[in-house]
Design a protein around this ligand. Structure first.
Ligand code: AHR
Length: 494
């Protein structure tokens, strides 16, 4: 009963883009301010006001890109407010997120410095909702041009002589909602107008990303794909959040939930598979050669905020359940790497499904962080197709697949297999055949804990941590793995 079988083949030419492992950092709560960008007086190592322990942790998991400044904030952000001497920058109210005063001390140069320190590519979301074509066009010129134009010279005066060569640009965010409440027809026209004036500068061919559908709004994808030619857009975004109860009014707690609620959360998480399949099918109609990427640039679990915190700051704890959500979602993306070529978890530090939580000078790595650590081996590796036969996990008569999996082969020939066991009661024995893949030995890492609700806290920051996994063996030609209940495992075959 508690057995699964997997067949992994070598029969593919596809690569799992490293950009699937991207991150998102919005001006929201303590994501930027108090997260990446801290007070000068905070007793931690910093460069300018960028917190370096956070940078080192994110470098370790090789984050490939960072999306900024929003989110909803992007469509009320005016980039000129965030350049020049910090003390002279105008202040604004962050109307989306808690009505806080934004002092603009973290602007374009600070963000691009952060990306340089992280060794990742910047992904800038431009303001379409309340900005102008001229404003967006000049922002790109400011960042990427090496010309004698006044705006390019201004960047040089502000301390950066060389162009930054930022290639990822979002043309608006959630234009169906906080980004302007547009119809897809209106947005498609707006996209073409804005994209026409988003220019390529030497060494920086733009990857323009259209504001895509909300969850299962298939009509949005249809209209965008029909109206915007493939040469004009590199990608179309998709936003989907896993809400535990499925009810935005009472999303559910991040730390206290029953097995039934956990199960429903995983059902909602697995909806990503359906969304990717259905949006991809629409894209295939207009773009059979798959030139346009599906960019899932906001995903993750969205729970109620931690009791006592500002509801506008979206601060939530992160449990073993969230690690299983991350692993399952990344497996879905890896397995759809033909179309999903970039993504961003929402939102890196102290906001929604974070990789890192901070409390003044303290920081901790969440269970989700550890999944990204294990899964980094898949970045830019060759995708390996999989056939899976999994036992069911059943709660209250409803059923999901207990196991999900993805696999890849890196440039040195090592094979990596990532498995999640969503069943919280049963260990599962998995027998794997590998077709046309030679290997001699297997090692692995595991993330698990006694309870699905377990979290890392500032008192116990390493309660959930990666451990060596010894439950995998070579048996003749087969790989036999006993994966414990509620765990994530990544295996390395050499
Ligand atoms: O990630 C939080 C918010 O969720 C973003 O600002 C917005 O794009 C989405 O609705």
């Amino acid at each position: 009963q508690n057995t699964a079988s997997i067949v992994i083949s070598n029969d593919s030419k596809l690569t799992i883009s490293k950009h699937i492992y991207g991150q998102f950092a919005e001006h929201l709560g303590h994501g930027i301010y108090g997260g990446f960008w801290v007070d000068k007086s905070l007793p931690v190592a910093k460069q300018d006001r960028i917190r370096l322990d956070v940078v080192a942790a994110l470098k370790k998991i090789k984050i490939p890109n960072l999306r900024w400044p929003g989110g909803c904030f992007a469509d009320e952000y005016h980039w000129r407010d965030g350049i020049g001497p910090s003390a002279q920058r105008p202040r604004m109210v962050n109307t989306n997120w808690g009505g806080t005063t934004e002092d603009n001390s973290f602007g374009t140069h600070e963000f691009l410095k952060l990306c340089e320190l992280l060794g990742c590519e910047p992904y800038i979301a431009a303001n379409v909702g309340s900005g102008t074509v001229e404003e967006m066009s000049k922002w790109i010129e400011y960042v990427n041009s090496n010309s004698t134009s006044t705006v390019a010279q201004l960047r040089k005066q502000n301390g950066h002589p060389d162009p930054y060569k930022v290639t990822f640009w979002g043309i608006g965010n959630e234009s169906w909602g906080c980004g302007g409440n547009m119809t897809p027809e209106f947005y498609a026209d707006q996209f073409k107008r804005y994209a026409s004036f988003a220019k390529n500068y030497p060494g920086a061919p733009l990857k323009k990303i259209a504001s895509g559908p909300n969850s299962d709004d298939y009509n949005w994808t249809e209209v965008i794909m029909k109206n915007i030619p493939d040469w004009m857009m590199w990608g179309i975004s998709l936003h989907y959040y896993t809400v535990p109860t499925g009810d935005w009014g009472h999303k559910g707690s991040a730390t206290a939930f029953s097995e039934k609620e956990y199960f429903n959360t995983m059902v909602n998480c697995l909806k990503m598979e359906e969304l990717v399949n259905k949006h991809s099918a629409i894209m295939d109609k207009y773009d059979p050669k798959k030139k346009v990427a599906l960019v899932v640039d906001e995903w993750g679990v969205w729970t109620d905020v931690e009791p006592g915190t500002n509801p506008g700051f979206l601060y939530q704890q992160n449990s073993l359940r969230d690690a299983l959500i991350a692993a399952t979602t990344l497996n879905i993306f890896n397995n759809h790497c033909d179309r999903v070529r970039a993504a961003a978890l929402a939102q890196t530090i102290n906001v929604l499904q974070s990789l890192i939580l901070t409390d003044k000078d303290k920081m901790l790595l969440t269970p989700t962080y550890h999944v990204f650590d294990m899964y980094k081996v898949h970045q830019d590796a060759k995708y390996l197709p999989i056939q899976l036969n999994s036992p069911d996990y059943t709660v209250d008569g409803k059923t999901i697949s207990a196991i999900n999996v993805s696999a890849s082969q890196d440039a040195s020939g090592k094979v990596h297999i990532s498995l999640a066991n969503l069943d919280i009661h049963n260990d599962i024995t998995i027998t794997t055949s590998l077709k046309d893949i030679k290997w001699k030995s297997v090692t692995g890492q595991i993330l698990t804990s006694a309870n699905i609700t377990d979290v890392n806290t500032f008192q116990q920051p390493d309660k959930l941590h990666l451990a060596n996994f010894t439950g995998a063996k070579k048996d003749g030609d087969k790989l036999v793995v006993i994966i414990p209940a509620k765990s994530v495992v990544t295996l390395e075959l050499e």
